[in-house]
Design a protein around this ligand. Structure first.
Ligand code: FAD
Ligand code: NAP
Length: 335
């Protein structure tokens, strides 16, 4: 494994931001990671962990040592008649894993089809789509602490998973490299079609098999989300805000058609709806624009990280002024 100086990150982030890592390496096993930690210590470098680069905003120069874990194995660690537990290395492509599991008759990930990125990042923001969060399928997360180079395994209940949140974005933010994730999947098909587009398709075509459901998810996503290879983006740029019932009622009085989804902690608003209603679909802020079909997505036509952040500030400021609701940025800053 080589540590390379001044490594270009343009093709390693889906916003296609031109950026250079001070140092870059691709460890493929725990021992490689431990060697990288020693290298960083000896040279007094901070470590930044990159997966597929689909949820990050790069600055022009990323200081320190950027590590991208490339181990991609997937092995069965436990199996019964009804379920299987697999341990998957962090460098495995997420969507490929979903399709591989379906091909083996292991169910539960199909709503999460076509999400870009690597397996190692899935627990970080507890990826979710169409009513399923990955925390429901994770049994454990393993990795290496970046200060001590010690290996660890955390059971799912120790990961503090919440809506697009986890311990890896809070107390352990920047402190670990996840090397593998264990998932427990069902061998019994049970599909989740509660979200409107899937529900509508189920009404028209009947209850899908898990493989059919994955195809529907891919179809719906392709119809409204820009392909990062054609139009660079980082998916939803803001998290959906959760507000109190009182705030929701006040806003509903002003905007009767505003969607709201009850949660244990309040009511979840659709950030895309808030932005769309301001007439921002297609609006450009220099090289960065709000996507024409999905207002929650910012697309980048050759801008830098600072252009993306400036556009995001304009959008969130307008939302704050109109609704009094603060939007939280979802992609992480790499600087
Ligand atoms: P990166 O962007 O490389 O990293 C994201 C964060 O995780 C960074 O903080 C990084 O340091 C950390 N990280 C990455 N790998 C590791 C590791 N091995 N160990 C420790 N930390 C690590 N997200 C959803 O939840 N649902 C969606 O439906 C969804 N749809 C998307 C659609 C599009 C078109 C795009 C571009 C993005 C979408 N996303 C979605 C966001 C993104 O794909 C996910 O957050 C994904 O899990 C990020 O994976 P990544 O490997 O690209 O991570
Ligand atoms: P959508 O179907 O247009 O819905 C808009 C928002 O309303 C979503 O964000 C969703 O919240 C919420 N919603 C819709 N139906 C709901 C229901 N029955 N119960 C609870 N909440 C509901 O959303 P979309 O933009 O096309 O995305 C579809 C799915 O893919 C969503 O789950 C979204 O999170 C996911 N996605 C995520 C990203 C990302 O980068 N994070 C990018 C693209 C798509 P939730 O977001 O909480 O589900």
């Amino acid at each position: 494994m080589k540590v390379v100086r001044h490594y270009p990150l343009l093709t390693l982030n889906t916003l296609a931001i031109e950026s250079t890592a001070e140092y870059f390496a691709q460890p493929k096993c725990e021992a490689d990671v431990q060697a990288c930690v020693q290298f960083a210590k000896s040279n007094n470098l901070p470590i930044k962990v990159l997966g597929g680069g689909s949820n990050v905003v790069m600055s022009d120069h990323v200081s320190g040592l950027v590590l991208q874990f490339t181990g991609k194995s997937c092995r069965v660690t436990h199996e019964t008649e009804a379920s299987v537990t697999i341990s998957v290395e962090a460098g495995y492509n997420w969507h490929d894993l979903v399709m591989y599991c379906l091909s083996r008759g292991w169910f539960g990930l199909e709503n999460l089809a076509y999400i870009p990125g690597h397996v190692g990042a899935a627990p970080v923001q507890n990826i979710g789509a169409y009513g399923v969060e990955v925390k429901e399928r994770i049994s454990a997360v393993s990795g290496v602490y970046l200060d001590s180079a010690q290996a660890f395994t955390l059971a799912a209940h120790e990961c503090d998973f919440a809506y697009r949140e986890s311990r890896f974005k809070q107390a352990l933010d920047g402190k670990v490299l996840i090397t593998s994730v264990a998932f427990t999947l069902s061998k019994v098909a049970k599909v989740q079609v509660s979200y409107a587009p899937l529900n509508k398709m189920a009404e028209q075509q009947g209850v899908p098999t898990p493989s059919e459901l994955a195809r529907w998810v891919i179809e719906v996503r392709q119809s409204k989300l820009p392909d990062p290879n054609q139009l660079p983006n980082a998916g939803s740029f803001f998290k959906n805000p959760v507000v109190s019932q009182a705030v929701f009622e006040r806003l509903s009085a002003r905007f009767p058609d505003m969607p709201g989804y009850p949660q244990t902690s309040g009511v979840k608003l659709a950030a895309g709806w808030l932005i769309d209603r301001l007439g921002f679909k297609g609006r450009a802020f220099g090289p960065v624009a709000v996507h024409e079909l999905q207002a929650l997505v910012l697309v980048n036509r050759g801008g830098k990280g600072s252009d993306v952040l400036a556009a995001a500030r304009q959008v969130s400021q307008a939302v704050l002024e109109c609704y009094g609701v603060e939007l939280e940025q979802e992609p992480r800053l790499f600087d």
